[in-house]
Design a protein around this ligand. Structure first.
Ligand SMILES: N[C@@H](CCC(=O)N[C@@H](CS)C(=O)NCC(=O)O)C(=O)O
Ligand SMILES: [Fe+2]
Length: 354
């Protein structure tokens, strides 16, 4: 099985990618709107077919990426029937199975943080994705979206603490940087829900959390009730070239495109002078600006014209593209594969040896 835990720093949200290594069919639990581009890149780089995005609940602190991913990858959207959301492809109830190749997750209803919260248990009961029903040494708040501490207490005890003690728990958030826990560990050490704690103690605890509402709540809840459909559908991809976005966060352009558009862009070669004039040669018309001098010399580049950065293999130039992007160059891309790929594909070179 392929399993990745992804993190959104802005909202401290975890997104989980699960895939059957043989069929390459994949599920993505709780994607985040702003991370859709990252998630598409990962799914494509790993050669996966994203079948479903699964929501654990209608989130109050971030907008889901489900709608964007359906547009870009053709995945379908699943969320609980009790969530009240519109626009999904499947409305889940307890006991259903969602399949990805030979693997599946089983749906458990774990309301209490919201009325429609679900947890997803992996086939062999080795992992459970609890959303905000059970967090690491904590749990989701119960003071909005039909939250109810008694309901949450009973959900956790009946639906989650009945799983094997060794079952790993992957939560919807962690605000301290912790990544996972286990059922056994939470039964012993959860300060709100450990087995030694009674329902009345829990209710008292939850009624006095005194938390401010999530900053994004007013925007997030209505958007999530529409499965993350944006108000305006604008293309998020740059339009000056057919760029691809890598999981590492780099915009790349292929050599074929560059060769056909050499006159329209500024090609910036960030290698050292000896390499620029060395055996690999350089792209015709390229300007030499070694990476170490980029900050000093970038004012000589035009911001309005696209910049393509180049180096030997594409690594240093990827860094250069990030530096230029951060300095306000809106149209920047890295030449995928650098001079090595450019030469391997027999594009014209100035200087260099055969
Ligand atoms: N400061 C955060 C608050 C996030 C928040 O309230 N998160 C909910 C989950 S949607 C929660 O239950 N938090 C539990 C806790 O903070 O103990 C924000 O503004 O987004
Ligand atoms: Fe939540």
């Amino acid at each position: 099985m392929i399993f990745r835990q992804l993190f959104d720093q802005q909202s401290s949200t975890y997104t989980y990618l699960l895939a059957d290594a043989q069929s390459r069919d994949a599920l993505l639990i709780d994607p985040v709107f702003e991370q859709a581009r990252r998630d598409v890149a990962l799914v494509e780089e790993l050669g996966l077919n994203l079948r479903w995005t699964l929501e654990t609940h209608v989130h109050a602190d971030h907008v889901t990426g489900a709608w964007l991913l359906r547009e870009r990858l053709g995945s379908r959207i699943a969320i609980s029937r009790a969530s009240g959301a519109r626009g999904a492809d499947r409305y889940l109830e307890a006991g259903e199975k969602i399949e990805a190749g030979k693997r599946f997750v089983e749906v458990r209803a774990t309301p209490g943080h919201t009325a429609g919260c679900l947890s997803y248990v992996l086939d062999a009961r080795s992992l459970v994705f609890t959303g905000d029903a059970l967090l690491i040494r904590g749990c989701g708040r119960t003071d909005f979206q039909q939250g109810d501490p008694r309901t949450l207490f009973r959900s956790v005890r009946a639906e989650l603490f009945s799983l094997p003690g060794a079952c790993l728990v992957y939560p919807g958030h962690d605000y301290r940087g912790l990544t996972a826990t286990s059922i056994g560990e939470e039964k012993l050490h959860n300060p709100r829900l450990a087995e030694s704690i009674g329902e009345e103690d829990f209710v008292g605890y939850m009624q006095h959390l005194g938390l401010a509402h999530p900053k994004a709540m007013e925007q997030a809840v209505p958007a999530n009730l529409e499965c993350g459909k944006p108000e305006k559908t604008t293309s998020q991809n740059p339009e000056w070239a057919p760029l691809t976005y890598t999981f590492a966060g780099i915009w790349e352009v292929q050599p074929t495109w560059l060769e056909e558009h050499l006159r329209e862009v500024q090609v910036v070669d960030v290698r050292e002078p000896a390499e620029f004039d060395g055996p690999l040669g350089h792209v015709p018309g390229a300007r030499l600006v070694p990476l170490g001098l980029l900050n000093e010399k970038m004012s000589s580049l035009e911001k309005a014209r696209p910049v393509v950065t180049v180096c030997r293999s594409g690594a240093r130039s990827a860094q250069a593209s990030v530096i230029l992007g951060a300095a306000g160059f809106a149209k920047v891309a890295n030449l995928a594969g650098g001079m090595l790929r450019w030469r391997a594909q027999r594009f014209p070179v100035d200087g260099g040896t055969e």
